[in-house]
Design a protein around this ligand. Structure first.
Ligand SMILES: [Zn+2]
Length: 93
């Protein structure tokens, strides 16, 4: 989306763009996630190579699914920053 397209969208002043996505709820069962350390993730099934590359994981105590920030998160952050800049310009008009 470019700035012109963003200006055509109504209600940007009501939009808050969070550029740091958070793991809050499990996408599998919707339970609230816990933040856990790599050692915990390793004991609960995450591969050693993955556990050694990340500082924290999110863990669902209900269905036991684990989450971590893969490489796609950098792409998501870049897109959110672009949207945030466009929203800030649009709300300043
Ligand atoms: Zn779950």
């Amino acid at each position: 989306m470019n700035a012109e397209e963003a200006h055509a969208v109504h209600g940007w002043e009501d939009v808050t763009v969070h550029t740091e996505p958070a793991h809050v709820f499990c996408t599998k069962c919707c339970a609230k996630l816990m933040t856990v350390k790599p050692a915990f993730a390793l004991r609960h099934g995450v591969e050693n190579g993955i556990a050694s590359r990340h500082r924290s994981f999110s863990y669902c105590n209900h269905c036991k699914k684990q989450y971590w920030e893969g490489t796609h998160w950098d792409s998501i952050r870049k897109r959110l920053k672009v949207v945030s800049r466009i929203a800030a310009k649009s709300s300043a008009l």
